[in-house]
Design a protein around this ligand. Structure first.
Ligand SMILES: Cc1cc2nc3c(=O)[nH]c(=O)nc-3n(C[C@H](O)[C@H](O)[C@H](O)COP(=O)(O)O)c2cc1C
Length: 215
């Protein structure tokens, strides 16, 4: 069963869901498998498909991974925007408070989130050229977004977090990922959403981001 959304509605209402995750409803494995099948329709450089998705639903492992998530937030991963981001956020007063509030809720309840999805890609980018970096990141991020769109279409909510960053090696060890060969790309809590109505977000106006013919 998918929600009755047009493609444009799907693209404009797939929000970062933090406080509206249903913490009491398990997510069926089949739905996650469908999302991965759709995610792997995304493009990759040279069609190499170096992607992996590590899904955690087992309660003991969720506790272990949730604990890493919490400590990662404390060390600076998954933090809300900083002073440096403020100029861009003037147009959206209150958005920083909303993110902080949502993050706090996520922090306090992470062990209750029914599933975590950790997308990963073969290869590491430390010290790589910009071209190599773009080939690597560009070969996992479209798939992750497709996963999130597919999830939304199925009544599931996600929030992209970079909490995998600060404690990546520890998280990789906990998930038995070969850290030296594979990079963890994100840490995504996944659950059914409380209600299915989400609105398009206010963004920086088109005139400030769209450049015709030249910068
Ligand atoms: C690369 C990337 C990293 C992000 N990291 C975090 C994070 O660590 N913690 C978090 O709560 N949200 C994180 N987000 C979610 C953003 O805060 C969210 O997409 C943004 O505020 C817009 O929210 P909206 O799509 O609901 O309008 C991240 C998003 C991206 C694309």
């Amino acid at each position: 069963m998918t929600l009755d959304l047009t493609p444009d509605q799907l693209l404009s209402t797939t929000r970062a869901v933090r406080k509206r995750l249903d913490l009491d409803r398990p997510v069926p494995r089949s739905l996650i498998e469908e999302c991965v099948d759709l995610a792997t329709q995304a493009p990759t450089g040279r069609n190499r498909q170096r992607w992996h998705f590590i899904v955690v639903t087992d309660p003991d492992r969720r506790r272990l991974v949730g604990d890493i998530f919490r400590r990662a937030l404390a060390t600076g991963g998954g933090q809300p925007p900083t002073e440096r981001d403020l100029p861009r956020m003037f147009a959206h007063p209150g958005s920083m408070e909303r993110i902080s509030d949502g993050l706090r809720h996520l922090h306090d309840n992470i062990h209750r989130v029914p599933a975590f999805v950790v997308p990963a890609i073969e290869g590491r980018t430390e010290g790589a050229s910009v071209l190599d970096q773009s080939m690597t990141w560009g070969s996992i991020l479209p798939a992750v977004w497709s996963f999130m769109l597919a999830a939304r279409a199925r009544g599931l909510g996600t929030v992209w977090t970079s909490a995998q960053g600060p404690l990546e090696r520890e998280l990789a060890d906990a998930l038995q990922v070969p850290y030296d060969e594979v990079m963890l790309a994100a840490f995504i809590p996944l659950a059914f959403t409380l209600g299915t109505e989400f609105k398009p977000a206010r963004r920086i106006p088109r005139e400030q981001v769209l450049h015709w013919e030249r910068w």
